[in-house]
Ligand binder design. Structure first.
Ligand SMILES: O=C(O)CCC(=O)C(=O)O
Ligand SMILES: [Fe+2]
Length: 667
């Protein structure tokens, strides 16, 4: 909401403020002095002694988000007591004159058509009408039609000279019931018909009034969807229109979130997203549905018990321990900025994790990442049966889909709490046979290609800088990771739904990444790293907008015999209130080309020589047939799949990566 222009930009004691206030014609300096003295004399609380801008902030705080159904002032003392917020306007003349402006700028008036017949006459006469900025008209088809007059009750709209937003809420709850377990349902056409019906119900004179509103006025219609538990069944419905009846109107749709039978949040969304929403209308995950009946209302009507869908999640809390990742600039590294390169080296040796600020030169990949997050949401909206068709583990491939709970995450045999889908770089770049994939992915191959190309070039830059630092022959690392050669590089789209409050477990088990360099995009918290050292504790990595999280994997630790770190990390429920939200994340994993050997690299004096333990380790890899990057990665990626490996999936020693090297327990 706007601050009254210029009126309160400095303290009342300053000449400037006095001049501005008096220019506004609301309070003259004389009046101000008078009230000030009055207050001093009576030794009342010194509210008016506060700087004017602070008073305005207080008024705003009190009034913001309030909705009123009555434009008239409360007439009696008892009205004011019932209405403590508006009572602020009646404390005294000074406060009223100041606050009333803020009141009208900040709050919304709502008129229900049903009650118009006894309101509109008095409203028509009100001088205050010109001050109203935000109005919601809610329309219910009257049961007993009291509104007979041909003279439109909406003539008062013409008096709303300063109206900024008009929201037309075609209330009229339409709902249907669905039994849990009914399986996929397509409600779209049904709801569409009902919404159109609501709009058609509007009398011509209302439509005319709406059409005659000033062109600049922002008119919006509301569409609400909801899904709410009701006597062991699910009521699903919506109200409003979803068709733009005014060609130039700013059409808005909204999703309502119900919690404990109350509307707690309304999320607006643009019409272009309607198609995406529509897909969400299919309720297709009946196995996950309704484990929690307390509420559910999501992007359309996707019920999975705990999710509250894609209303904006709260910020990452500031009272949880976070890992001290360095924040590096892509632009500076690209320019070979000496200081920035030194920080990169420090980050790769100390923690093996850092943030990369991509804003500016990395805007393209940031935009691709945003789009891929949406692709991820569409992908996971597919029915489980369809997604399962793309699980290729039985063909000894980790590309494709991994179902919820398919991996063991600890020695006790607990399973993960996420789904993911791996998209192969070789497939997208046409370097290998095309894998079967769902349409939502197949139609996005050029987006994947663009994202993969950008991610790979970031990785090549990091590898080249590390190469210089390690004094390896020029191009050594980059030549083990050529984008046009076969490797296990992949994009991973991950979805982790919220977990029940009393049963939160690992979403993704503790691990080191299997390959070389990982580029990760997070929106919600939940990723944790275990810093080196014996007594270290898990710390969250706070997602930063415009930044990727970069980390090194097993191959870099092996190539450099532990000089560079491949840090252990895991994923848990997002911290604080974020835990109620579905966590999507997006990763690019780069890996050495298929035939590269997982061994200490030759050719650098900086890389420590292998000790006995290290030599044994290399020998073991050779004997187990996992010396080649390709085999190393398959073993790591599929080892914990219980459907493949049964009891063995719990053997964390058998499938370990460079965890021990990463722990540096002695240091
Ligand atoms: O989702 C995340 O933030 C991390 C995922 C991850 O570590 C992985 O897939 O290897
Ligand atoms: Fe990872």
């Amino acid at each position: 909401m706007e601050t009254p222009k210029g009126a309160f930009s400095s303290s009342p004691s300053s000449e400037n403020a006095k001049r501005k206030i008096s220019q506004r014609g609301v309070i003259t300096p004389k009046k101000q002095r008078y009230w000030y003295k009055q207050n001093q004399r009576k030794s009342r609380p010194k509210f008016v002694k506060l700087p004017a801008e602070v008073r305005v902030l207080i008024y705003k705080h009190v009034f913001s988000g309030t909705t009123w159904t009555d434009i008239n002032a409360p007439q009696k003392k008892s009205d004011q007591q019932e209405n403590p917020i508006r009572a602020l306007l009646y404390v005294n003349k000074f406060i009223r004159e100041e606050a009333v402006e803020v009141f009208f700028q900040t709050c919304t008036f709502r008129i229900n058509h049903y009650r118009m017949h006894d309101k509109w006459r008095s409203w028509n006469r009100l001088a205050t009408l010109t001050r109203v900025r935000h109005l919601v008209l809610s329309w219910t088809k009257p049961k007993r039609s009291k509104v007979t007059s041909k003279k439109t009750p909406y003539s008062f709209l013409a008096g709303l000279k300063n109206l900024r937003t008009l929201t037309i809420d075609l209330v009229g709850l339409q709902y249907m019931f669905v039994d849990p377990g009914d399986g996929p349902i397509d409600l779209h056409s049904n709801l569409l018909r009902k919404f159109k019906g609501r709009y058609n119900d509007l009398p011509q004179w209302i439509k005319r009034s709406i059409h005659n509103l000033p062109p600049k006025l922002q008119v919006s219609f509301q569409v609400y969807f909801f899904a709410a538990p009701f006597r062991g069944r699910i009521a699903i419905g919506g109200f409003g229109v979803i068709q733009d009846p005014l060609p130039d109107a700013d059409f808005k749709c909204a999703t309502i979130l119900w919690r404990d039978k109350n509307v707690t949040e309304i999320e607006p969304f643009e019409l272009e997203k309607w198609e995406t929403r529509r897909k969400g209308l299919e309720w297709n995950d009946s196995s996950a549905a309704l484990t929690d009946m307390s509420y559910s209302a999501t992007n359309g009507i996707r019920l999975n018990g705990h999710t509250n869908g894609d209303t904006s999640p709260p910020a990452f809390p500031d009272d949880v321990p976070t890992a001290p990742l360095l924040r590096l600039s892509f632009a500076k590294l690209w320019d070979n900025d000496l200081e920035e390169v030194n920080r990169l080296l420090r980050a790769c040796e100390d923690l093996g994790f850092f943030y990369l600020d991509l804003r500016g030169p990395g805007d393209d990949i940031l935009a691709d990442a945003d789009n891929l997050f949406r692709v991820g949401e569409n992908l996971y909206d597919l029915p489980l049966e369809e997604k399962k068709q793309y699980d290729f583990m039985h063909k000894n491939s980790y590309f494709g889909y991994k179902g919820y709970g398919a991996n063991v995450v600890d020695k006790t045999g607990r399973t993960d709490r996420n789904e993911f889908y791996n998209v192969s770089k070789d497939d997208i770049m046409g370097l290998s046979e095309k894998l079967p994939a769902p349409k939502v992915l197949d139609t996005q191959r050029s987006l994947f290609k663009s994202f993969m190309t950008s991610a790979h070039s970031i990785i090549t830059m990091v590898l080249s800088l590390l190469n210089d630092h390690l004094d390896l022959p020029p191009g050594t690392l980059a030549n083990l990771h050529r984008v046009d050669h076969n490797s296990g590089d992949q994009v991973r789209l991950i979805k982790a739904p919220p977990q029940p409050m009393d049963d939160r477990q690992l979403t993704l088990g503790a691990h080191t990444d299997f390959g070389s360099v990982t580029v990760l995009f997070n929106r919600l918290g939940g990723l944790q790293v275990l810093p080196p050292g014996k007594d270290a504790e898990w710390c969250y990595v706070k997602p930063l907008p415009g930044h990727a999280i970069i980390n090194l994997g097993d191959a870099m630790a092996v190539f450099t015999n532990g000089l560079l770190r491949s840090n252990i990390h895991r994923v848990v429920s997002p911290p604080g209130a974020q835990a109620d939200f579905t966590r999507y994340s997006l990763v690019y994993f780069s890996r050495p080309e298929n035939e590269v050997l997982m061994k200490r690299l030759e050719g650098s004096d900086k890389i420590p020589a292998l000790d006995d333990e290290g030599r044994k380790e290399e020998e073991r890899r050779k004997n187990e047939g996992i010396l080649m990057a390709k085999d190393w990665i398959i073993r790591r990626a599929l080892g914990h799949r219980h459907a493949l490996n049964k009891e063995k999936a719990m053997d964390f020693d058998a499938f370990q990566g460079t965890e021990k090297l990463s722990r540096r327990e002695g240091k």
